[in-house]
Ligand binder design. Structure first.
Ligand code: GLN
Length: 519
């Protein structure tokens, strides 16, 4: 392909549009700031107000209080992707949403540099809003770089996924060192500076992104153009959907009084989202769109189950590592937190390999649909827990367990993640009509956030049932769910109406004008 007459956004590097690398770097810096700050959060909250060492004063909370806030925070950052996606779809487009998200994140991390408690809450609030605007929309923009049927899309998402994990790996290695030397707030500040780099990188790279993420204003007299407000008002004329919504609302009220108000509020919000999704389904113009939408929603079941198991990494598996694993290697005791870097490290090593294996398989005409990959991903990740079962058995016998089990568990978890997570991102951009693309990406991230919350609840129950039972339970449950999806693969694939058949390599210049640009 000649590159002489190509505009910047049509140019390619290593067979991928250059825009991909701009989004890669922006997301890498954003994830650095997110994971860097996340790594500090619980430790900062539980450090005494007088300060236990040179890192300085913390908030002096109990670990129960800190973990509760941590659980809500890590869920909310992803749940906020739903309004973030809606704002992009209906008001400003993904490109501007990412820009505003990045600016708000810089402010949020900047505020966290201050030591006052109001600054702590304000900073967290801003980070939640910023991630909600940036995270789903940058992922949708990656999908926008490829035309329908372009086989490079899946690989593009795998490359993007390496950026995510490079950011997280660097953060977990560097932020801890900075905090040890200059204190907590220097760590928060570093996250802010890094986010500023992400913002600058995004601004400089705009010329490679002219064709994606632009706001398409709704056409005035188009009967198919429906606002979210109209969808909600139509709900009152749809008896089936209305009844279901009322039932969910009653459950929410029950949850409000029996659990705590936070859960009540969350359930009300989820009810609003579910009723919107039901109305979108009802209003979709063709049966093809309806069927694809249904498959996507079903695949979100796998997403919740996957993250519900996977996220034990930061919770139960982390605590297990701390208290029951022999971490001494050549006379040196490896700090527990370092095991958290295994996941990101394995992703960087294996991401392109796994993507190429799938692509080769597909070109040979073997089964390679996204649903299949996601189901295989759940099963592989589930088998990771087999090693944790072995670890628990060894501990029962000898009072300690070898770290090799952990390394193998994280390896399987990572391979499972690579089969599911980048694939799911790509799948959403294949199956959703453009006008709902950001919303559905938001729903996806919200599902991952709910999965994390489930993980916390399951992890907590280990104190009642013991780790052996929990690890074995997760293994069985995930393998069963994955197998069910493989068994119903054929009908599900039929419902995608060939969205993934006949994929081939398409170059960016062929794709000229595939997304409407307003600038
Ligand atoms: N680790 C991935 C990221 O940070 C996936 C997180 C998720 O989907 N919840 O993007």
């Amino acid at each position: 392909m000649s590159t002489t007459a190509l505009k910047p956004h049509q140019k390619e590097l290593f067979g991928q549009p250059i825009g991909l690398y701009i989004l890669f770097l922006t997301e890498m810096w954003e994830r650095f700031s997110y994971y860097g700050m996340r790594a500090l959060l619980v430790l900062y909250m539980t450090t005494s107000t007088l300060g236990d060492d040179e890192r300085g004063a913390g908030l002096g909370w109990t670990s129960k209080e800190a973990l509760a806030l941590y659980g809500w925070y890590t869920m909310l950052v992803y749940v906020m992707s739903i309004p973030g996606g809606m704002i992009a779809d209906k008001l400003i487009g993904q490109k501007k949403a990412v820009l505003w998200g990045a600016i708000i994140l810089c402010l949020g991390h900047g505020v966290l540099v201050m030591t006052d408690i109001w600054a702590f809450y304000t900073g967290l609030g801003l980070v939640i809003l910023g991630v909600g605007l940036l995270k789903p929309n940058i992922s949708t923009m990656v999908g926008g770089l490829y035309k329908e049927g372009d086989i490079r899309r899946d690989k593009g998402f795998s490359i993007f996924y390496i950026g995510i994990n490079l950011g997280s790996l660097l953060a977990t290695m560097i932020v801890g060192l900075v905090v040890a030397k200059w204190g907590w707030h220097a760590g928060f500040g570093l996250a802010g500076i890094v986010m500023l780099l992400g913002l600058i990188n995004y601004l400089i790279g705009q010329k490679y992104l002219t064709q994606v993420g632009n706001f398409v204003p709704p056409k005035k007299d188009d009967p198919n153009e429906i606002s979210y407000g109209q969808l909600y008002s139509k709900l009152f004329k749809s008896p089936l959907q209305l009844t279901f919504t009322v039932i969910l609302l009653l459950i929410s009220v029950y949850g409000w009084y029996t659990l705590e108000w936070g859960y009540g509020l969350l359930f009300v919000f989820l009810t609003a989202v579910i009723s919107l999704l039901m109305m979108i389904y009802k209003e979709l113009e063709t049966q093809v769109y309806k069927d694809r939408f249904m498959v996507l929603l079903l695949s979100f079941i796998m997403v919740i189950v996957f993250w519900g198991a996977f996220e034990q990494a930061g919770g139960l598996m982390n605590l297990y590592t701390e208290s029951k694993v022999d971490r001494v290697l050549f006379g040196w005791e490896i700090p527990t937190v370092m095991f958290q870097s295994l996941n990101a490290g394995f992703i960087i090593l294996f991401a392109t390999l796994i993507a190429s294996i799938w692509a080769k398989r597909k070109l040979k005409g073997k089964e390679g649909s996204s649903i299949f990959k996601m189901a295989v991903g759940i099963i592989i990740m589930g088998f990771g827990f087999l090693f944790m079962v072995f670890a628990a058995m060894e501990f029962e016998k000898s009072g300690t367990s070898s770290m090799i089990w952990l390394v193998l568990a994280y390896l399987f978890h990572t391979i499972g993640e690579l089969c599911l997570s980048p694939v799911a991102l790509s799948f959403i951009t294949k199956l959703t009509p453009v006008k709902y693309a950001s919303l559905m990406m938001g729903v996806y991230f919200a599902a991952t956030g709910l999965g994390s919350k489930v993980a916390g609840i399951v992890g907590e129950s280990a104190s009642d049932f013991g780790e052996y039972a929990i690890f074995l339970g997760i293994l069985i449950f995930t393998v069963v769910i994955g197998t069910i999806f493989i068994l119903i693969l054929k009908p599900l694939k039929r419902l995608t109406h060939g969205a993934e058949d006949n994929e081939r390599v398409m170059h960016t210049d062929e794709a000229e004008g595939f997304e409407l640009a307003d600038n």
